[in-house]
Design a protein around this ligand. Structure first.
Ligand SMILES: Nc1ncnc2c1ncn2[C@@H]1O[C@H](COP(=O)(O)OP(=O)(O)OP(=O)(O)O)[C@@H](O)[C@H]1O
Length: 261
């Protein structure tokens, strides 16, 4: 279980996170929603221990992340960043094997079991023929899936995903979130696509200007009123087997600079 309690973070000019409190129950998938700049990535960075909060604390499995030795935190959490890059000319398999690094006794050698786990993870993300492909030859969506395979191979207690469906076609977006759900790992995922959040998340947490403005199951949170207030959009919500399905109406006023055209 992940617990975020009263977390605030600021830069001199602005408060970026304001007393954020939320919980990700063990084994559940929680969607972190909110408009651009609302603080999703910053909150994920705080949880990962990359940014120290001004106030509040984060704990996993009852232990405060700030008190965990770096190596322990690295083993227990896997992060899929929004723009995962590597300058090293690694193969897809070598990138996936990086997920085993925190578990290894010897720094330099991969065991047969590591290799088997890494190949199985590539298979799970639909990239079984890609093991020897160099990173720089992969498409954006293929890189994203290799990074998910790395994260799954790590067998983390907590998975942090920042816009994991970026770059993916709709088939692979659905496959990725289905895989994450099935993996049963406690997961906090920043998502922009509200319909995907509605389909796959147990709970959603909505941030606006660094504050939590709503938390709960998708059908309770994703109302037309909330979407108007938080995103400024005119949306229609239909029910599909207890999950909301959102469709949007075009804005009433034309975007700036296009009036009268
Ligand atoms: N180091 C920093 N210095 C100044 N401002 C920052 C810093 N880090 C983040 N911010 C600001 O904090 C706000 C929240 O940023 P963050 O990246 O967390 O938002 P987000 O919800 O992930 O946005 P997006 O959906 O666009 O990815 C933004 O306005 C951003 O410009």
């Amino acid at each position: 279980m992940l617990e975020i309690s009263d977390v605030s973070w600021a830069v001199p000019a602005a408060r970026i996170l304001d007393a954020v409190t939320c919980t990700v129950p063990a084994g559940s998938l929680v969607g972190l929603l909110g408009p651009n700049g609302s603080g999703k990535t910053t909150l994920l960075r705080v949880v990962a221990g990359l940014v120290r909060p001004r106030t509040g604390q984060v704990s996993i499995g009852g232990e405060t992340v700030a008190d965990l030795p770096r190596a322990v935190a690295a083993r227990r959490m896997a992060v899929l960043a929004q723009y995962a890059e590597t300058d090293l000319d690694l193969t897809a398999l070598e990138v996936v094997l990086l997920g085993r690094t925190p578990h290894r006794r010897s720094r330099w050698s991969d065991s047969d079991a590591d290799h088997t786990a890494a190949l199985a993870a590539l298979d799970r993300v639909d990239l079984s023929g890609y093991a020897q492909r160099k990173w720089h030859t992969l498409s954006g969506g293929e890189r994203q899936r290799v990074q998910l395979a790395r994260a799954l191979t790590q067998e983390p207690e907590l998975l942090l995903l920042d816009e994991p469906t970026n770059h993916l076609d709709i088939g692979h977006q659905l496959q990725l979130l289905h895989l994450v759900r099935r993996a049963g790992i406690t997961t906090l995922a920043a998502l922009h696509d509200l319909n995907l959040a509605a389909m796959f998340c147990d709970t959603v947490v909505v941030l606006q200007a660094g504050r939590v403005v709503a938390t709960g199951p998708p059908h309770a949170v994703l109302t037309a009123r909330l979407l108007a207030e938080v995103y400024g959009v005119d949306a229609r919500i239909d029910d599909h087997d207890g999950r909301p399905v959102i469709s949007y109406r075009p804005p009433a006023t034309p975007p700036p600079g296009t009036a009268g055209e």
